[in-house]
Design a protein around this ligand. Structure first.
Ligand SMILES: Cc1cc2nc3c(=O)[nH]c(=O)nc-3n(C[C@H](O)[C@H](O)[C@H](O)COP(=O)(O)O)c2cc1C
Length: 218
């Protein structure tokens, strides 16, 4: 385990957050611009903390474009002029891509442009988890790590740090959902290699966790 966090050097230019290359995105498809995120308001933090919980029964009601935009910004959007994000991340290296999986297809959240970069067409929700609700809830987020951006640490540590990055985003998602009356559950119950194949990940990329978002069945 590397315990030298305080002594780590400043990130290189290549590791700058705004330099995220989406190597999996087919060049012929155009990105979908999200509506500008609404960054004000929401519930007081302590009220949201009181309401945060996991949900495993969802309706099929989709999220509106504005709600999806706000959710993704809260999850891992850019919150400072330098391109830094709403969640802390390992060594200032942009290790995680946030895959957005809906009934219509799969996208990667392009935070600097606040857009969705198309990856795949078709409904892959059922492949994002081993629990039935993943296939019918409107949105599954999949936190995908780029192992090739973590070459200075052991493979085991890559999984550890990428998973912590995912956990911070996951808590942002939980709190956003609590504030907005949405439901969510962070999920480790995922067949990661099968999902990696379905998402056509490259050799060094790996799935850390998934997270379902939608509206709770009453
Ligand atoms: C690392 C991690 C993995 C989890 N994996 C799953 C999962 O695969 N399926 C699931 O239904 N819940 C999963 N959860 C949610 C927990 O079961 C849940 O947070 C816990 O039971 C506490 O309930 P609460 O979130 O409602 O407070 C996971 C949570 C974490 C932090």
């Amino acid at each position: 385990m590397n315990t030298q966090h305080e002594n780590q050097t400043e990130p290189s230019e290549a590791a700058h957050p705004s330099a995220t290359p989406f190597s999996n995105v087919p060049p012929e498809q155009s990105p979908v611009l999200l509506p500008p995120p609404q960054k004000q308001g929401g519930m007081p933090l302590f009220d949201a903390l009181m309401l945060r919980h996991s949900t495993r029964e969802y309706t099929s009601q989709p999220l509106s474009p504005q709600t999806l935009s706000n959710l993704l910004w809260a999850a891992f959007g850019v919150n400072r002029p330098g391109g830094e994000r709403t969640a802390a991340y390992w060594r200032h290296v942009m290790v995680l891509d946030l895959y957005v999986v809906t009934a219509d297809g799969v996208w990667i959240y392009d935070a600097p442009n606040h857009a969705l970069a198309p990856v795949l067409k078709g409904d892959l929700r059922g492949q994002t988890g081993l629990q039935d609700f993943a296939a019918s809830a409107p949105l599954d987020l999949v936190y995908v790590a780029h192992g090739e951006r973590m070459t200075e640490i052991d493979p085991e540590e890559r999984h550890l740090y990428a998973s912590v990055d995912a956990g911070f985003i996951g808590q942002n998602v939980y709190l956003f959902c609590a504030s907005e009356g949405l439901a969510s559950v962070f999920r480790g119950s995922v067949d990661c290699s099968k999902l990696a194949a379905a998402l056509q990940l490259q050799a060094q990329q790996f799935v850390t966790f998934a997270q379902t978002v939608g509206y709770a069945k009453k």
